[in-house]
Design a binder for this molecule. Structure first.
Ligand code: WQD
Length: 340
């Protein structure tokens, strides 16, 4: 049974990936500093799979602790690196925290991965590296544009750090997965998205409004050059996204990669506007949503949705769950945690 380290494995995408890794028979070790998650998530994972992953509370910014961990776990066959701060708006207010946390954790972890017998590394990247792409759908060949936020910049710099390291370490094999908009929750409603404080992202704000925690959703701008005036995004079910990590890891474990640094867009290929997401929620939940139109939010791109051919044909992964499935699972999760 191969052992896989998942950093940030108690987070939203990390926890769903741990479930899919266990479903595929991997032994999982989680490192998480609980800065944006809780130990309840570990219970949620084991209640789904019947297996409790090993867990260590380590701050990956502590270089000596990272070295000690890898001394104890020399038999790790792969690392999936989620650990990072990820709030776009917060990153504008706290740039140094984001550069220190997101880059030092990557550097210290990557240094240890190189020393393993099997050096396989999956990096949690983001479609924010494309900024406002010229052409839709966005391919992996689209130029990386100046980041709109320190968060997005840490993803761009992170990919460059990995590329440069792979260049001089041919035994290191890495894949960057560029997520579009992850939403939804595991169908069991035992794990899901747990935003701390006021949700920054659309779907948790919608479900919290419907649950009565928020007065009303503000739609940030309805004067964009789109069909209904609201921004377009590619909303991907978190379970489909989690499965993409397992497929990418298996690609490296089986030596199927054609170069030692590859990147893939992970999205559905379908663009949905904010108003379409709201209408989908109302249809799926049977509840009308209280929302108003508000001014545009700084840093938002007009439209971003994925060209999925490379992931479909080369990685061998395709999203199968729909926007309805994702919104339905997000609402089921919200009702579960609020005992509605
Ligand atoms: C989606 C749309 C908003 C909230 C960000 C990060 C990205 C990834 C996903 C980590 C936009 C609108 C939102 C609200 C609204 N995160 N909106 N009212 O900004 O596309 O992507 O989260 O990897 O890296 O950039 O997602 O859900 O914040 O916004 O109208 O209360 O919903 O303007 O058009 P975004 P989002």
């Amino acid at each position: 049974m191969k052992k896989i380290l998942v950093t940030g494995g108690l987070g939203f995408i990390g926890s769903h990936t741990v479930v899919e890794l266990q479903n595929e028979g991997f032994e999982v070790v989680i490192i998480d500093d609980l800065s944006n998650s809780s130990l309840d998530v570990l219970k949620g994972i084991s209640s789904i799979t019947g297996k409790t992953p090993n867990y260590e509370n380590i701050d990956l910014k502590e270089k000596a602790l990272v070295e000690q961990f890898f001394q104890k776990h020399k038999d790790i066959s792969g690392v999936i690196h989620f650990a990072a701060s990820k709030a776009v708006g917060e990153s504008v207010q706290m740039p140094l925290h984001y550069y220190e946390n997101n880059l030092n954790t990557l550097i210290y972890t990557l240094k240890e991965v190189i020393g393993l017998d099997e050096s396989n590394f999956i990096f949690s990247s983001s479609c924010t590296v494309y900024g406002q792409a010229e052409e839709m759908p966005i391919t992996e060949k689209a130029p990386v544009q100046p980041a709109e936020s320190p968060y997005g910049n840490t993803k761009q710099i992170g990919e460059e750090i990995i590329m440069d390291t792979c260049y001089v370490n041919p035994e290191l094999n890495a894949i960057a997965l560029r997520y579009f908009n992850p939403i939804g929750a595991h169908p069991s409603a035992k794990i899901g998205e747990l935003p701390i404080g006021v949700p920054q992202n659309l779907v948790p704000y919608i479900t919290q409004t419907a649950a009565g925690l928020r007065e009303c959703l503000s739609v940030f701008g309805n004067d964009y050059p789109t069909e209904d005036g609201t921004c377009i995004r590619d909303y991907i079910h978190v379970v489909d996204l989690a499965k993409a990590h397992v497929v990418a890891l298996q690609r490296l474990l089986n030596g199927k990669n054609t170069s030692n640094f590859e990147s893939f867009n992970i999205g559905t290929g379908v663009g949905s506007s904010v108003l379409e997401v709201i209408k989908t929620f109302e249809r799926v939940s049977g509840q009308s949503l209280n929302y108003i139109f508000a001014p545009r939010r700084q840093g938002d791109v007009i439209s971003a949705y994925a060209h999925t051919e490379k992931a479909n044909k080369i990685l061998g992964w395709k999203a199968v769950l729909t926007l309805d499935d994702a919104i339905r699972s997000a609402w089921h999760w919200e009702k579960q945690i609020r005992n509605i």
